[in-house]
Design a protein around this ligand. Structure first.
Ligand code: SF4
Length: 390
């Protein structure tokens, strides 16, 4: 069977996301008959025209992991927290189009004013890590802590990459949000106030920060598996732990293995390995440098010409860095493709569709967090903003 574009369906659908090669694998958002064809040669011009027509009413945010075809239309690029703050700093923008994933658009909605409307061009752009901690699972887990009398001295710390509902849970229970840039200071703050931390939803960021930055041991950390009764942990294990790590991970950064590090060191003897803290602990331990997306960008910008880097983060960003720094050798840490499939759902056809709809006076794919959830989540986000600088 071939598609409209004459392309054979492929088992490697991720490579062709947005190209309509395998419609069954790509739910996308419902915009029947309206989504422009990916082959439309006027897409770039249409996006430009729609942006110009909307003028100052529009503000487009682009996460670093977005495709080039989309990022070219971003008014500002950054990580999830920087983008949410940028949105909040633009009260004049009636429409905030978020080229990123769902939890980021939720955070932007929480931090922007009621007169501002946040749009996610494809509603299927979720985050597998955020989905690994559902509201029900976290409520059940907290009941376990409460039944054991541990809720009073357990402080929830939730990564920015979580749903608004999990951020709200964190705010209601005296915790804070953190990013990969300030996880250390967030953990120090939490452990000044409680005996232990419940870290949601990325076990790797929690473990890496606790061990590398706070000097805790791996034995101080336990993993709470929400699919098992009591997280698969005994009362003593929960009571004795300093870090209770939710069993979640990023499906992109989780792909990098120790073998990837060994392999690139064999191939490129002078290489420096630079990875994101969402990578597994053994990968982070074997790397030369570890840090957030913004840290990775700054490190490459400051690196001397002629230096060689293997970067373990999302491929769109690594490719852009390699293009922008042709005087340095920059390779992707894994040998295989490692795009974030949900980030990649935001493509030019969806962006054009969202922008042209706004020009026509229709707000499509609005992301709206209910007021109570937004207020509780805001408490946790404000707590993060109040954390001392590192
Ligand atoms: S890169 Fe990982 S954490 Fe980021 S949106 Fe994709 S799945 Fe989620």
């Amino acid at each position: 069977m071939t598609t409209d574009l004459g392309v054979e369906p492929t088992p490697l659908a991720l490579l062709l996301l947005g190209r309509q090669a395998d419609p069954e694998s790509e739910r996308g958002t419902a915009c029947p008959g309206e989504l422009p064809a990916a082959s439309d040669p006027d897409l770039v011009e249409r996006a430009r025209a729609a942006k110009a027509a909307l003028g100052d009413k529009l503000f487009v945010l682009g996460h670093h992991y977005q495709r080039d075809e989309v990022i070219q239309f971003a008014d500002v690029t950054g990580d999830s927290f920087k983008l949410a703050r940028e949105a909040a700093a633009r009260p004049g923008a009636e429409y905030v189009v978020f080229c990123g994933v769902h939890f980021m658009a939720e955070s932007a909605d929480i931090l922007t004013g009621p007169h501002q409307q946040v749009v996610l061009p494809d509603l299927a752009a979720g985050c597998s890590m955020a989905d690994m901690a559902s509201t029900e699972q976290v409520a059940e887990a907290w009941d376990v802590f409460t039944d054991l009398g541990l809720d009073g001295d357990t402080i929830p710390v939730s990564y920015m990459n979580s749903s608004a509902a999990i951020k709200a849970f964190t705010g209601r229970n005296g915790g804070t949000i953190c990013t990969s840039s300030n996880a250390e200071v967030a953990l120090r703050w939490a452990l000044d106030r409680g005996r232990r931390v419940l870290f949601l939803p990325d076990q790797h960021l929690g473990r890496n920060t606790a061990v590398r930055s706070l000097g805790l041991s791996l034995d101080d950390c336990v993993v709470y598996d929400p699919r098992k009764p009591s997280g698969g942990l005994s009362a003593d294990q929960l009571r004795d732990a300093t870090m209770v790590l939710w069993k979640g991970h990023c499906s992109v950064h989780g792909r990098f293995s120790l073998e990837c590090v060994h392999d690139v060191r064999r191939r490129l003897p002078d290489v420096q390995v630079l990875v994101h803290p969402e990578c597994r602990h053994e990968v982070v331990s074997a790397a030369d440098l570890v840090g957030s997306t913004e840290f990775i960008i700054r490190t490459i910008e400051a690196a001397p010409a002629g230096s060689t880097w293997a970067i373990g983060t999302e491929l769109n960003l690594v490719s852009r860095l390699a293009k922008a720094h042709a005087d340095k050798t920059i390779v992707f840490l894994d040998k295989t493709v490692c795009f974030c499939s949900t980030m990649n759902r935001i493509d030019l056809p969806h962006l054009v569709w969202a922008l042209e709809s706004l020009v026509d006076g229709r707000v499509v794919n609005r992301i709206e967090v209910d007021p109570q959830t937004a207020a509780d989540a805001r408490t946790a986000l404000d707590q993060m903003l109040a954390l001392p600088a590192l």
